[in-house]
Design a protein around this ligand. Structure first.
Ligand SMILES: C[S@@+](CC[C@H](N)C(=O)[O-])C[C@H]1O[C@@H](n2cnc3c(N)ncnc32)[C@H](O)[C@@H]1O
Length: 217
């Protein structure tokens, strides 16, 4: 069994280069609801890839959008007729609830998925921001500029590999890979401190396996 099957026992989907592990927006929204007493209305996926998470957030009645620095829609794999973007929910025993390619393309056409860096975005307006993997692609000097984009949101859920993940995977004889150059590999406590230094109260949520940060207002 791969370490990611243990860390993300809930959602995987096919994307252009293989399989992506992620957190279902419904689970993110339930943590938001526990904190604020109501469901988030707006959702922003920072590093949205082909937009499966944005689509699932919309299916869960959130007004969702996202950006990615890389244009997955232009890749050969995405344009291939057999590409499905199929999510499989491991905990639910692989429900094979499909996300049609045409729906993902529509997200792009509607401007719900835009190709740009978070660093080129205006401060994000959304109840809930989701960062899967993306924060580790910035160096320590740039992270404050990224977190500053989220000062107006109500909650940031950030999941990425930390030292603890590398140690746990190593015990299983595995090296964790990533699709981009990692710039910041740190222990969980370092991330909690970094959120605090940038205006957020953050905790590590063990159910989501994710940092949950709310702005200190
Ligand atoms: C692990 S994927 C997350 C995909 C999706 N959010 C999910 O959870 O299924 C991380 C994404 O962050 C994107 N990314 C990296 N640097 C970025 C930046 N500066 N601005 C926006 N996206 C970026 C990568 O291209 C990659 O698609």
């Amino acid at each position: 069994m791969h370490y990611y099957d243990i860390k993300y026992p809930y959602l995987q989907y096919e994307y252009t280069d293989g399989v992506m592990c992620s957190v279902p927006p419904k689970m993110l929204a339930s943590v938001y609801k526990q904190h604020y007493g109501k469901k988030p209305k707006t959702f922003f996926d920072c590093g949205a890839a082909i937009g499966v998470v944005v689509k699932l957030a919309m299916d869960y009645d959130m007004d969702a959008r996202g950006i990615d620095i890389r244009d997955y829609f232009a890749s050969f794999a995405f344009r291939h007729p057999l590409f499905s973007g199929r999510p499989f929910d491991i905990e639910q025993g692989d429900t094979r609830k499909g996300v049609a390619k045409k729906d993902l393309l529509r997200l792009r056409e509607q401007g719900r998925i835009q190709i740009k860096s978070i660093l080129d975005c205006k401060p994000i307006k959304a109840d809930l921001v989701y960062c899967n993997g993306v924060l580790t692609y910035f160096d320590e000097a740039t992270l404050p500029s990224v977190l500053a984009k989220f000062q107006n949101v109500n909650m940031v859920c950030a999941i990425h590999n930390t030292i603890e993940d590398y140690v746990a995977a190593k015990k299983m004889g595995q090296e964790l890979g990533t699709c981009q150059e990692l710039k910041t590999v740190k222990p969980n406590d370092w991330w909690i401190d970094t959120f605090a230094q940038n205006g957020f109260d953050a905790k590590f949520n063990h159910w989501l396996r994710c940092f949950v940060a709310v702005p200190q207002r």
